[in-house]
Write a protein that binds this ligand. Structure first.
Ligand code: NDP
Length: 295
């Protein structure tokens, strides 16, 4: 199948690697050097513009930071719309905004282009392993068409509901991740400051009812080890939490915990900058508490 992939970032790159193994792939990236480097290592063609990438593609995949970045690729003589043909399937793997996605869908439907949201979870490790969870928003027909393509990098590909439902699911997932990041960081900082070994506290937590993905995987691998790898930008998690807060508002759910978490992420992003990793707020908690979670 002829597939176009746009957005070779931290997670887009390993996803595109899996697509290249099974399909005839064309890639496009805003910084062209990344696409050229990708093509030197994987079987694919490099497109000079989004239009060129989409021309002749049966399926177009995007994985950009935000829905407005996706919208920004649509128009103009070199835009996606100038290249996409009737009947093309456009799958947006960006962790995007449900409302913005429905607006894009309303523009594309009269052009005969099938548009579905298909954000992913599982991190860069999951993308490399091809074990991502993919949350799809679209019609049943679109989901059936999308599934075999998304299975290139997804182990669990789930139809969540109509257009935008995938993005809503993803935003709520990520704000829950953020709740845990702050909560586990705060609790462990207090325990460590009281003299309890951070390693022992994490081990006991993970054999008890307060455990989570943050305590079981992220803290041991990245915090206690002091490795702090950069795999997912804090700025993107902040964006996800804002989407989740807006989604709660739209549903008429007050959500004080999730709104507070979104505000804390906004503050951390302002203090740590656009390139900080999403675990960096734990470094802020450590600094403010005057303690390091080593072990
Ligand atoms: P990165 O910041 O690593 O990469 C972003 C990509 O989008 C780059 O290819 C960048 O191009 C491109 N880009 C940025 N702005 C624009 C624009 N205005 N127009 C065109 N291209 C643009 O992000 P990630 O790969 O980490 O994330 C991508 C999406 O996946 C986000 O929505 C994120 O929330 C989500 N996600 C990320 C995960 C992760 O672990 N990293 C996990 C799950 C979901 P350039 O090379 O020129 O900068």
């Amino acid at each position: 199948m002829r597939i176009a992939f746009l957005g070779l970032g931290a997670i887009g790159t390993p996803m595109a690697v899996h697509v290249a193994k099974q399909h005839e792939l064309t890639v496009w990236n805003r910084t062209g050097a990344k696409a050229t480097a990708f093509a030197a290592a994987h079987p694919c063609t490099v497109a000079a513009t989004p239009r060129e990438a989409a021309a002749g593609a049966e399926v177009i995949l995007t994985c950009l930071p935000t829905s407005s970045d996706v919208e920004g690729l649509l128009d103009g003589p070199d835009g996606l719309l100038a290249g996409m043909g009737r009947g093309a399937l456009f799958l947006d793997c960006t962790s995007g905004d449900p409302e913005a996605t429905r607006k894009i869908g309303a523009r594309l439907a009269p052009l005969g282009i099938d548009f579905a949201d298909a954000p992913v979870s599982g991190g860069t490790n999951g993308a490399e392993a091809g074990t991502l969870t993919v949350m799809v928003g679209g019609t049943d027909e679109q989901f059936q068409r999308a599934r075999p393509v998304l299975e290139c990098f997804g182990r669990r590909v789930e139809h969540m509901g109509p257009l935008g439902a995938g993005h809503a699911m993803k935003a709520v997932n990520n704000v829950l991740l953020a709740v845990n990041l702050f909560a586990v960081g705060e609790g462990l900082a207090a325990l460590a400051k009281s003299g309890i070994s951070a390693r022992k506290a994490v081990e006991v937590l993970n054999a008890s009812s307060g455990r989570s993905f943050v305590s079981e995987v992220l803290v041991p691998e990245r915090v206690l080890s002091r490795l702090w790898p950069l795999t997912f930008r804090l700025a993107l998690l902040d964006k996800d939490a804002r989407i989740a807060a807006g989604f709660l508002d739209a549903q008429g759910v007050a959500g004080p915990v999730l709104h507070l978490t979104s505000a804390l992420l906004g503050r951390a992003r302002a203090s740590l900058g656009e390139d900080a990793d999403y675990l960096a707020p734990i470094q802020l908690i450590e600094r403010e508490a005057g303690v390091e979670l080593r072990g």
